[in-house]
Ligand binder design. Structure first.
Ligand SMILES: Cc1cc2nc3c(=O)[nH]c(=O)nc-3n(C[C@H](O)[C@H](O)[C@H](O)COP(=O)(O)OP(=O)(O)OC[C@H]3O[C@@H](n4cnc5c(N)ncnc54)[C@H](O)[C@@H]3O)c2cc1C
Length: 501
């Protein structure tokens, strides 16, 4: 709860700006009062229902399940404006939300009903450092444009494997990149964060300055501040090999054993990465296996990927390209606008675990959801090698604290996509029941792993409770130090909060 004196101060500013005031006007400003204050302070940054910008911003999300009804949308141009807004919001009890790329498909996690939505659309600055060792990126950027910008210099930064995904959400949850097998989480490769704290102060968090906050932001989510700039390490990677294989469903056993052996052997060549998936398409009454294949280098014929390229395929686009071109090509296949739901499960990297997940998922979808004619359902098996986990530790560590001694793992994300709102609750419930069955089976066979990846988790899944030993307590201490009045815990809508874990 913020101070009443400050509330009254804000109220008098609002009263002075308005011609009438109801007699029973409360001591705390309404959302619209906050919107008006910001409008006055920063002209042309506030948009109300009925305007085109309001509609565009409110629908600038990957999944329509997250479109909401904010009282107004605030579109800042720089960190000072964000800091000014945080001061105004901290002096109210109004809920607010921040949206980067809008790809977290959970209602209320990056949008708000009745509060203020801060949309970073205009804060899309991007600048390479003079020595080209890092790139500074605004929270309005998406990975595809970051890769396009860096491609001109033969460089990459660690980020999403899909270009439409936003920079801020991915980094604040960790971030799995095609380069993670070499360099760890994308967040392990952040050099500095510029952060607006709850006090409205703008600070830089790095290994040297505010190092506790720096550590917390590498996977602690949105409980600490609003990040207004990310400085990312760059790496040389002018040419890569990448593409997607489609494998017929008759290849179940060969596909799963290929995935399992990549999971177990993946550390041997850290330049190789894969995203194997089961893909179920109701419209075609079909199940296919797919795998994105990636190699950081020009020579595409690589032993690390040869088990995959030897599988019989329906189609393959694997070949020489650049990271920017590859993600642009796959982005075209992932249009926004269909309703989406995610949940995560984690296992050790064994064939037994993969088979359990495969069979429970496929039969669950067929038995419970196959009447939904435009349903697409998938599970992506993300191999997490020991080398991946250790790379993060070498770079200073992160709050995830994944146990390298038990690696390798599979972090798997179930994704459901459909168009009719009437199926929303049913799909959420079936997905939860599939997750529960998978976890029960993995637990019973000693295959269940602890860590649950924040960026792929569904609402209600435990994230911080499964971080490495002692890290949740440390995150809570850092949260209390930088946001003693709990602004980002109580008033910043949605996301996983360390204090709630
Ligand atoms: C198609 C698709 C592909 C994906 N691919 C990958 C992948 O390759 N690797 C991977 O690791 N993950 C991937 N993800 C998951 C992705 O990382 C998360 O969904 C992530 O949250 C998206 O970031 P965003 O900025 O788009 O999210 P948003 O929905 O805008 O925000 C997500 C969360 O971040 C918070 N937030 C946003 N901006 C800020 C800020 N500036 N300061 C503080 N908090 C902020 C919000 O409060 C919200 O809770 C993918 C998701 C999708 C839908």
């Amino acid at each position: 709860m913020r101070s009443t004196v400050a509330h009254l101060g804000l109220l008098s500013a609002v009263v002075a700006a308005s011609s009438t005031c109801p007699p029973d006007y409360p001591t705390k400003p309404y959302p619209t009062d906050v919107c008006q204050t910001l409008d006055k302070q920063y002209p042309e940054t506030i948009f109300y229902p009925g305007s085109k910008t309001y509609k565009d911003e409110n629908e600038n999300y990957w999944s329509p399940t997250t479109y909401s009804n904010p009282a107004c949308v605030f579109v800042p141009s720089n960190a000072d404006q964000v800091a000014g807004a945080v001061k105004v919001l901290a002096n109210s009890d109004i809920k607010f939300a921040v949206r980067g790329g809008g790809h977290m498909p959970i209602r209320g996690y990056a949008n708000t009903d009745g509060g203020v939505l801060i949309a970073f659309t205009k804060m899309d600055q991007i600048e390479l450092s003079e020595d080209k060792s890092s790139v500074s990126v605004g929270p309005g950027q998406k990975w595809g444009s970051v890769y396009n910008y860096l491609e001109l210099h033969g460089l990459i930064a660690l980020g999403g494997r899909v270009g439409l995904v936003g920079v801020p959400g991915l980094l604040l949850g960790g971030g799995i990149s095609f380069y993670s097998n070499q360099h760890g989480f994308a967040s392990d490769n952040v050099v500095a964060f510029e952060v607006v704290l709850a006090s409205g102060k703008i600070v830089t968090a790095s290994a040297e300055k505010h190092s506790d906050l720096f550590w917390a932001l590498k996977g602690g989510g949105n409980s600490f501040g609003i990040v207004t700039r990310f400085d990312l390490a760059t790496f040389n990677s002018p040419k890569v090999c990448a593409g997607v294989l489609q494998i017929p469903s008759t290849q179940r056993d060969e596909f799963l054993s290929t995935v399992a052996s990549f999971g177990q052997e993946g550390s041997k060549d850290a330049k190789a990465a894969v995203i194997p998936s089961i893909f179920m398409l109701r419209l075609l009454d079909a199940t296919v296996y797919t795998s994105a294949l990636f190699y950081d280098g020009e020579k595409c014929d690589q032993p690390a990927l040869s088990n995959f390229t030897a599988l019989p395929t329906l189609a393959s686009t694997y070949g020489p390209t650049t990271l920017a071109k590859y993600v642009a090509g796959t982005d075209a296949l992932i249009p926004p606008g269909t309703r989406q739901h995610f949940q995560v499960v984690s296992s050790f990297a064994t064939a037994e675990a993969l088979e359990a997940v495969h069979d429970i998922f496929v039969s669950g979808v067929k038995d419970e959801l196959w009447d939904i004619l435009d349903l697409q359902a998938s599970v992506a098996f993300q191999p997490i090698t020991k080398q991946f986990v250790e790379a993060g530790v070498k770079k200073g560590g992160n709050p995830q604290g994944v146990d390298p001694s038990k690696a390798p793992y599979f972090w798997m994300v179930q994704n459901f996509s459909w168009s009719n709102e009437k199926y929303d609750q049913r799909i959420v419930d079936v997905c939860a029941s599939i997750t529960a069955k998978i976890n029960k089976k993995l637990d019973a066979t000693g295959q269940k792993a602890q860590y649950q990846y924040l960026n792929d988790a569904g609402e209600g899944q435990s994230v911080f409770q499964n971080y490495g030993d002692g890290n949740l307590a440390k995150l809570k201490e850092i949260r209390a130090k930088y946001d003693p009045a709990r602004l980002f815990t109580d008033s910043l809508n949605g996301g996983w909060k360390v204090e709630d874990a």
